[in-house]
Design a protein. Structure first.
Ligand SMILES: NC(=O)c1ccc[n+]([C@@H]2O[C@H](COP(=O)([O-])OP(=O)(O)OC[C@H]3O[C@@H](n4cnc5c(N)ncnc54)[C@H](OP(=O)(O)O)[C@@H]3O)[C@@H](O)[C@H]2O)c1
Length: 334
């Protein structure tokens, strides 16, 4: 096969505050000829995720930082173009962590085969991928059960919209907050949330006092900050918090003070559990079976916002911090 030129996004500089397009470059690279035990993959969809903001900073965390001048990585779904490994053949659909680029070569163990029968294949980045699994793990972690009143922030995003739908299937009363009227409509009409509100209008606490006058059992936290403070105020005795994300603080140059009412954890005997989905990869098959079953039965919807072309991938990523996605933000490559 003739040499393949692939475009990829590299980290040009580390941001201070909100990242901008100047922190990235779009570069071309020529792939080496394929070796034995290697597979050549063309990406069809790549994922952009809020957690990648943390990887733009230098410093130790649960995943290594992106390296300056090097291509970024992240979730992707692609198709095998050529294979010199018996495990894969051309046409196979695979997920990998070789996102932010058009083509790549990998060893079989770096690829995960997925079924082409399930469409669109981008669902493997969303409801049936990392974000859907985060939602599923979060609910399991604090044993969300029938009758619970659960409040989910960032509810119209990739994690939140699946968490809410799964909580409905478990028989919960589900309340969600999101940042626009369009998102509120989506939550009520497509995800069957019992209550959804726009947190950019009235304070979250006022909404919660009105919509959950007897309090909430569970808070699924995707944003942190003032929303966490409001949830702490309305959690019932023995309430549980799933600490999943804190996007409200990801672009702060200096850490913001924590909630002023943390003492509620003591007085109400609350449990707050942190979650990193990567810790749960040994449960992936179980997740795929359960949530894949709901998806094919039409019980869980995969909503996505699709941006086209690798040259628009950075804009898609930056748009996450301006709430411009409904459901999972993905980039479709040509
Ligand atoms: N712990 C884990 O293993 C794990 C795994 C995946 C994701 N996460 C976390 O889960 C959260 C959701 O991730 P996702 O992939 O589903 O993203 P997402 O919700 O699909 O997209 C991000 C959304 O966050 C909201 N947002 C942006 N800036 C905000 C701000 N300053 N304050 C409040 N909301 C803001 C926007 O929605 P609005 O229009 O509603 O504001 C935006 O659409 C993130 O915090 C992410 O880091 C954690």
């Amino acid at each position: 096969m003739s040499k393949i030129t692939s475009r990829e996004i590299r980290l040009a500089s580390r941001p201070k505050g909100i990242p901008t397009a100047a922190n990235f470059t779009l570069a071309r690279t020529e792939l080496e000829p394929l070796q034995d035990q290697q597979v050549l993959v063309r990406n069809l969809f790549i994922s952009v995720d809020p957690y990648m903001r943390g990887r733009m900073n230098d410093g130790k965390s649960y995943v290594p930082p992106f390296e300056l001048g090097k291509p970024l990585d992240g979730g992707a779904v692609g198709e095998v173009i050529e294979s010199r490994a018996k495990e894969f053949k051309p046409g196979d659909a695979v997920t990998s962590s070789f996102g932010w680029r058009e083509y790549f070569m990998a060893s079989p163990k770096e690829l995960h085969r997925v079924s082409r029968d399930i469409q669109p294949l981008s669902v493997y980045l969303g409801a049936l991928g990392m974000t859907g699994m985060t939602a599923w793990v979060g609910l399991n972690l604090v044993e969300v059960k029938a009758g619970d009143v659960i409040f989910i922030s960032g509810a119209a995003g990739a994690v939140g919209s699946v968490a809410g739908q799964l909580a409905k299937l478990r028989g919960c009363r589900v309340i969600g907050s999101a940042g626009s009227a369009e998102k509120v409509k989506f939550l009520r009409e497509e995800c069957a949330f019992d209550v959804a509100f726009n947190y950019k209008g009235e304070p979250v606490l006022d909404h919660l006092y009105r919509e959950a006058p007897d309090g909430i059992d569970v808070y699924f936290d995707n944003v942190g900050g003032k929303t966490l403070e409001a949830a702490l105020a309305v959690l019932r005795v023995h309430g549980r918090i799933i600490a999943c994300g804190g996007i409200a603080g990801y672009n702060e140059e200096t850490p913001q003070p924590g909630p002023s009412n943390l003492f509620n954890i003591i007085t109400k005997r609350l449990t707050m559990k942190g979650l990193i989905v990567l810790d749960w990869l040994d449960r992936q098959a179980e997740f795929e079976k359960e949530v894949g079953g709901y998806f094919t039965a039409g019980k869980v919807k995969h909503k996505e916002t699709v941006v086209k072309g690798i040259d628009n991938a950075v804009d898609a990523f930056l748009a996450l911090f301006h709430g411009q996605n409904v459901g999972k933000m993905v980039v479709q490559l040509n």
